[in-house]
Design a protein around this ligand. Sequence first.
Ligand code: DOR
Ligand code: ZN
Length: 419
Amino acid sequence: MDLVVEGRAYVRGKLGRWAIGIEDGRIAEISRTIRGGERMDLGDLIILPGAIDPHVHFRDPGMTDKEDFSTGTLAAACGGVTTVLDMPNTLPPSVSTDKLAEKKEAISRKAWVDYGLFGGCIPGARVEQMAPMVVGFKVFMGSSTGRLLVAEDRDLAGIAARVKRTGKVLSVHAEDEGMIRHETGKALADHLRNRPAAAEVSAIRRLSSLDCPINVCHVSSAEGLQALESLSFTTEVTAHHMLLDRDSEGGAYLKVNPPLRTKEDRLALFQAFVSGRIDMLGSDHAPHTIEEKEQEFDVAPSGVPGVETTVPMMLAFMKRGTLPMEVLVSAMAEKPASRFNLNKGRLEVGRDADLMVVDPRAAAPIKVNYLHSKCGWTPFEGREAIFPRMVFVRGELVVEDGEPVGERAGRDVVAAERS
Ligand code: DOR
Ligand code: ZN
């Protein structure tokens, strides 16, 4: 055994005292005691599967003044995220095998955690050719950062048919472009008026006639949740849509798509999440610089950072008893692993040894100077969070007490699939 970690581990749906034996980056044994190998006794600290964030925008290549793969993945690791799935609206956008190869070259050897890339779907995209290089596909039904809009049903149907043949999942930004108003605005309430909940509902209804595995990203409204109830899609929710609304302080810093909505929407999302009705927790980490966010509301870009703060804030809710541990582990690890076909997400023999070690007594307010994203700001300053004490990626310790240790050894999950 290369390493044996002992502590209170979340195994088969509950916490118990276990020894986890790790060999060649995988979990090789889980028993009461394991002999041999280097041992790490974690006492009464909690060992959970590392989180898988199915939705980040790391800006590499092309916009590395906002974030690059090194700062993005370090922020992820410090927030307990051991795998990130990165969106295609980089520069150039990841919409072909050439562009994907370019991106893979730009980010290789920079990653602190494992990663998968989404292929961007635009009309005419060669979906089947991209499939072996990507963890899934992404389509934007409403305009947002980047130019990957697909507004027509005919184009969506063509994309869905091709994605179906690959066996991979289509993650969708579900806002109906035809219902988005491009009017000027000065405040979050104006942004919400321009992008009403009805646009989300309409996009979800239009998706219901498509025939391929669909994941609806960042569900943001009570009506959207309701429209999803009868459908077989998986769903993702962000921390910002559960914790902030159009009345929150922050102006253009909190401008995001889909927009922050009403307090009722926010509470409905949180309630749905804690009761296990939303499949996955995704940060939609979308860093923009302070200079960009300091511009007039209308010109400031949309998006908020969150890859480092999402899981720690949810761990604090778990500690307070608001969020059941089994719901959190399912949404942050088990479901993303099964949905995107990753051999991760559970403390189980044969899976990658991606772990986070949590001290439930270590709750503290978030402070931006402790965070690692290049963007240098957070919408969650002062919120209670529990940052993991240690984070392991395939058995290697990469973060301890909020700082990097060891080597950057993150791998492309798709390349690993084939080897
Ligand atoms: O607010 C957003 N920002 N929504 C998106 O869909 C994209 C993201 C970004 O990349 O900045
Ligand atoms: Zn996004």
